[in-house]
Design a protein around this ligand. Structure first.
Ligand SMILES: NC(=O)c1ccc[n+]([C@@H]2O[C@H](COP(=O)([O-])OP(=O)(O)OC[C@H]3O[C@@H](n4cnc5c(N)ncnc54)[C@H](OP(=O)(O)O)[C@@H]3O)[C@@H](O)[C@H]2O)c1
Length: 264
């Protein structure tokens, strides 16, 4: 690893992560702390977990700034992001917080309150996060925003219709923003993980092929962001498979998904 001023080459000085108390967010925080990032701005709802993560990052030499916040309060989220952007000037923001819901036993169906909660977190709070940090980045004409989508964005799965739709929205938004902001020096990246061990993943019904550990996912994400890849998707076999499912006729993809055990 090439080291510049105690940081791995390409490692940002300050990284802000939403949903840092979760599996991928926590692994990302530690991954960046180990790579020499000096300041980690970490948001979550669980104060104790946030404190423990901040301490673990501190043990790696990073300074952690923690914020307990329910990101469904979009105005409070934006207000905090504007203030912390001024104070800490994050180079990289990882829009990671997310929830999943499913159709329940015997495909009973998603409930409206669950759908609203999911849209409030996965879409509205994600867009609000971008809105909160973008003005400071535009002023500096520098910055990077990683949007955590999912391979589920490629093709709707019968167990998780709203989740797949929300992640497709994030993918499309990120692709558009990457082009829209390129001339202003702001990088956007869409991250499309496959199955990664986490509470959310464990709660999800259906098969979970090629399950990765969060630490492995965090390494892949950091490497992809360091080289500013437009799309960071993994693991490779699932990534190719999901992409191909989106390119064939829906009747054909339905047939394949049923044989793989989805919608059983
Ligand atoms: N794991 C996978 O297989 C997988 C695959 C593809 C994409 N992803 C995406 O990766 C991201 C991270 O997921 P994960 O697997 O690490 O799940 P996770 O362990 O359940 O973490 C989710 C994070 O989001 C936070 N969050 C949820 N609702 C929130 C709210 N209202 N206010 C503030 N924070 C909230 C959680 O905080 P609390 O602990 O307080 O709820 C937690 O920190 C998500 O966007 C997910 O969609 C995951």
């Amino acid at each position: 690893m090439k080291i510049i001023e105690g940081r791995a080459a390409g490692s940002p000085r300050c990284v802000l992560i939403t949903g840092a108390t979760g599996a991928i967010g926590g692994a990302l925080a530690l991954e960046y702390a180990r790579a020499g990032t000096q300041i980690l701005v970490l948001q979550g709802r669980d104060a104790a977990r946030l404190r423990a993560l901040g301490d673990a990052c501190g043990a790696q030499g990073a300074r952690a700034v923690t914020q307990v916040l329910d990101i469904r309060d979009h105005d409070a989220l934006v207000a905090w992001l504007v203030a912390v952007s001024d104070a800490e000037m994050p180079d990289l923001v990882v829009v990671n917080a997310g929830v999943n819901i499913n159709t329940g036993p015997n495909q009973r169906g998603e409930d409206w309150h669950g759908i609203q909660r999911l849209l409030d977190v996965n879409i509205k709070a994600a867009f609000a996060t971008v809105q909160g940090v973008l003005p400071a980045m535009r002023k500096r004409r520098r910055g990077q925003i990683a949007l955590i989508s999912s391979l589920a964005a490629w093709r709707g799965l019968p167990e998780t219709p709203s989740y797949c739709a929300s992640k497709a929205a994030i993918k499309i938004y990120g692709e558009a923003m990457r082009m829209a902001m390129a001339d202003e020096g702001i990088k956007f990246n869409v991250v499309m993980p496959g199955y990664v061990e986490s509470q959310m993943c464990a709660d999800m019904p259906g098969p979970k092929p090629f399950l990765w550990k969060p630490e492995k996912a965090a390494r892949a994400i950091r490497r992809g962001l360091a080289s500013n890849r437009a799309r960071i998707s993994f693991p490779m076999p699932l990534s190719v498979g999901c992409f191909l499912l989106s390119t064939i006729h829906p009747t054909a993809s339905e047939w394949i998904l049923k044989r793989l055990g989805y919608g059983a």
